[in-house]
Ligand binder design. Structure first.
Ligand code: AVI
Length: 330
């Protein structure tokens, strides 16, 4: 379904293509995940309107270094990215409800032909699309509400410039490494020959920096994780007692990943409609992994996906990295 969300006339197109997954997906995934031997809920369900707003707050937290570090790197390397991309690029952002990073590149690119943000969070995406469209009336903004980890068709966009994928925020780290390879390979295919992709990747570091970033003093990350339970209560009529679950975040250095769980603080039964789920005291629901890579480790992932890693930029403290990956030439 395609909705034209702009009421006033404007020179360039502003479109909203809505392919968002329906509620059935959440019920099915929740029941499936909570009735398995090891309980889990897929992390893509974290991002409803409330979850996205909470994630925006996480990005502002003093402990959560990735956002401000990546912004600094992007500001510094934007001219080089613009030079590599050339004029008339179509920028396709995977994610994109918070377009502050895209703006840095759009401001640096020479006459970008179109900006195509793809995000699962419908209301957030709509709002940011309208705001960006108002700010850059000459730019074609073609927003796609969809799960960019699944097959999708890109809208027709103008311009003969480079197709430039943009995947900031180290969201690649929320995929398992083999999934990350499959995901990047699918995008290399979708972008086609002669394209490039800019990917933000969090780097491996001490647990003393990583763990507070995922378990902040104000409890915003805990609220973000528990939003899965809030959603289940509101949307599916489940009866999760939020006070009976605790947010846990721990760095597993051997796997290079932060593991996030919700831990049941007592033995309890939770109902999701007709389904009853028994929790032992201390039993955990796995909600998210956030993988951290070395620069070379990530370049290996990109190569395995069929990209040629051509450039990488980092901050002076080596907290975060931004990679320029190229697809094969036509
Ligand atoms: C979206 N993603 C990259 C975040 C991360 O750092 O893995 C999600 C997040 N979860 C808790 N805090 C941040």
């Amino acid at each position: 379904m395609m909705l034209d969300i702009l009421e006033a006339p404007r020179p360039a197109r502003l479109e909203f293509h809505d392919h968002s997954p329906d509620l059935g997906d959440f019920r099915e995934a929740l029941v499936h995940g909570l009735t398995a031997r090891k309980k889990s809920i897929p992390c893509r369900f974290l991002y409803d309107a409330r979850g996205s707003a909470l994630f925006d707050r996480i990005c502002e937290l003093p402990e959560y270094y990735p956002t401000r570090t990546e912004l600094g790197i992007l500001r510094a390397c934007a001219p080089e990215i613009a030079e590599r991309a050339g004029p008339g690029a179509q920028m396709i952002e995977l994610g994109g409800v918070n377009s502050s990073k895209a703006r840095i590149l759009l401001d640096a690119l020479e006459e970008p032909a179109a900006y195509i943000p793809i995000d699962i969070s419908r209301e957030h995406l709509k709002a940011s699309t309208v705001a960006l469209g108002a700010e850059k009336p000459e730019l074609e903004v073609l927003a796609v509400c969809a799960d960019y980890t699944r097959p999708l068709t890109l809208p027709d966009a103008p311009g003969g410039g480079m197709r430039l994928g943009f995947f900031p925020g180290s969201t690649i780290g929320n995929l398992q490494p083999d999934e990350a390879i499959g995901f990047l390979a699918a995008w290399a295919d979708r972008l086609g020959p002669g394209a490039a992709m800019v990917v933000g990747v969090d780097l491996r570091k001490d647990a003393a920096i990583l763990e507070p970033a995922y378990d902040d003093a104000q409890g915003v990350t805990a609220e973000f994780s528990k939003n899965l339970l809030v959603r289940a209560n509101r949307e599916l009529g489940a009866d999760f007692d939020l006070a009976a679950f605790a947010h846990r975040a721990r760095y597993d250095a051997a796997h290079g990943r932060i593991e996030i769980h919700l831990e049941s603080l007592k033995r309890q039964t939770v109902r999701i409609g007709k389904v009853a789920v028994l929790f032992d005291e201390g039993e955990r629901i796995h909600t998210e992994d956030s993988y951290k890579y070395s620069v070379d480790g990530f370049r290996g992932i990109a190569r395995a996906a069929g990209f040629r890693p051509a450039a990488v930029w980092t901050d002076p403290q080596q907290l975060f990295s931004v990679h320029w990956l190229e697809t094969a030439q036509a």
